[in-house]
Design a binder for this molecule. Structure first.
Ligand SMILES: NC(=O)c1ccc[n+]([C@@H]2O[C@H](COP(=O)([O-])OP(=O)(O)OC[C@H]3O[C@@H](n4cnc5c(N)ncnc54)[C@H](OP(=O)(O)O)[C@@H]3O)[C@@H](O)[C@H]2O)c1
Length: 359
């Protein structure tokens, strides 16, 4: 029997969805895959809840905005340096937000853990940080959910490379929020109306500047570039922000109130689009040369033309997919779909470990 012990960072939207799937499915995994999955600990910013007796209660508690410290926590660092149960592999599952977990992930892997991420932060820092992580983890890193949620984007890049294909360029519309806003603007809404709609439909973060700044797309572009094998510093990607000048630091209320000030300039940009093209917010990651993130006039006849809502589109131009490109599209966000990507990774680790043991 294979035994997997999880230390999970984050019990937010994605973290709770992952824990729910594991609690619901693990009996079947034990019967069908001979795989036993248990939780060593779950953590939030207040510390680590050790063991899994209180996990169902912790999930409900976090749904209401509680802190795990109220259920009794220990320092997460202590858990990460402890040994796994004999006969178990340990997987650190980082479902926290952005920075702040790099050192914790490092501590876990220095202690022999595998690492699964939906958090883009640890893979989108400096080249030094990235290389330090990769040196320790050449065969112990899984991160499907960092880009495209549950869609097989990272595994497609890995499979293309492993099969001997050569990726010339990836073009992507990897932000559901920006995809929605661009198609709403194209449909006749003003920029400010489109942003308001994205917030009301929960496609955008409550403060839409988190999406409009382009930073999230730039982080995904770095991860795609690095997965392709490129060495790249975050500073090499001059991403275009759609946050109007002067509204970067005002309150959220003032931002929404004053957003219509930007409508005219955005409209002017829209009418300047070449015939047969549409305005899209894209990441372009060539094999060599500058990576670009920002607004681009895009042919209507491209895979990005049909975007009409919050879907993501990834288009791979490779040696084998050159006359017709390989395109993956679908919903690129949502806690349950993202959790699926994380669970695919966990099951893939279990398969890999079994195969390695048999060899
Ligand atoms: N939601 C999606 O559709 C989606 C899709 C793809 C990728 N992702 C990525 O997945 C991650 C999780 O997203 P989410 O929507 O679940 O976010 P969320 O609801 O804000 O939850 C984040 C969780 O991480 C915890 N956390 C933050 N810093 C931590 C630290 N240093 N140590 C331990 N826990 C820490 C938070 O604790 P507190 O509760 O104490 O604040 C919270 O439980 C993010 O990185 C996001 O970018 C999300």
């Amino acid at each position: 029997m294979k035994r997997m012990e999880i230390v999970q960072l984050g019990l937010g939207n994605v973290g709770r969805a992952v824990a729910q799937i594991i609690l619901e499915e693990r009996k079947r995994w034990l019967e069908e895959l001979d795989l036993e999955v248990s939780y060593r600990a779950v953590s939030d910013t207040s510390g680590a809840l050790v063991g899994e007796d209180l996990l169902p209660q912790a999930i409900r508690f976090k749904e209401k905005g509680g802190k795990l410290a109220d259920l009794g926590t220990e320092p997460l660092e202590d858990v990460l340096v402890s040994d796994p149960e004999p006969g178990s592999i340990r997987v650190v599952v980082d479902l926290a937000v952005h920075g702040g977990t790099y050192d914790l992930d490092l501590l876990g892997i220095q202690n022999g853990s595998y690492l699964v991420l939906s958090n883009k932060g640890p893979l989108s820092g400096t080249t030094d940080q990235y290389e330090k992580l990769m040196k320790l983890l050449p065969d112990r890193l899984w991160h499907e959910a960092t880009v495209g949620a549950g869609m097989p984007v990272i595994s497609t890049i890995n499979s293309l490379i492993a099969s001997g294909d050569e990726i010339f360029e990836i073009q992507a519309s990897p932000s559901g929020t920006l995809g929605f806003i661009m198609s709403a603007v194209e449909g006749g809404h003003s920029f400010s109306e489109a942003v308001r709609m994205a917030v009301e439909l929960h496609y955008a973060e409550p403060d839409p500047r988190d999406d409009l700044s382009g930073l999230d797309v730039a982080r995904k572009a770095i991860i795609l570039a690095r997965t392709m094998g490129r060495e790249i510093e975050p500073g090499e990607i001059p991403y275009q922000s759609l946050v109007p000048d002067g509204l970067e630091n005002v309150s959220q209320e003032e931002f929404m109130e004053r957003l219509p000030e930007a409508d005219e300039a955005f409209h002017d940009r829209l009418v300047s689009v070449e015939a047969g093209h549409m305005l899209r917010y894209l990441a372009r990651i060539p094999k060599e040369g500058p990576v670009t993130v920002g607004l681009a006039d895009t042919p209507v006849e491209s895979p990005f033309g049909p975007i009409s809502g919050p879907e993501n589109v990834f288009d791979f131009h490779t040696r084998r997919y050159s006359d017709v490109t390989l395109t993956i599209s679908g919903p690129g966000a949502g806690p349950e779909r993202t959790a699926s990507g994380v669970v695919f990774d966990l099951l893939d680790i279990a398969r890999r470990v079994t195969r390695d043991e048999e060899e």
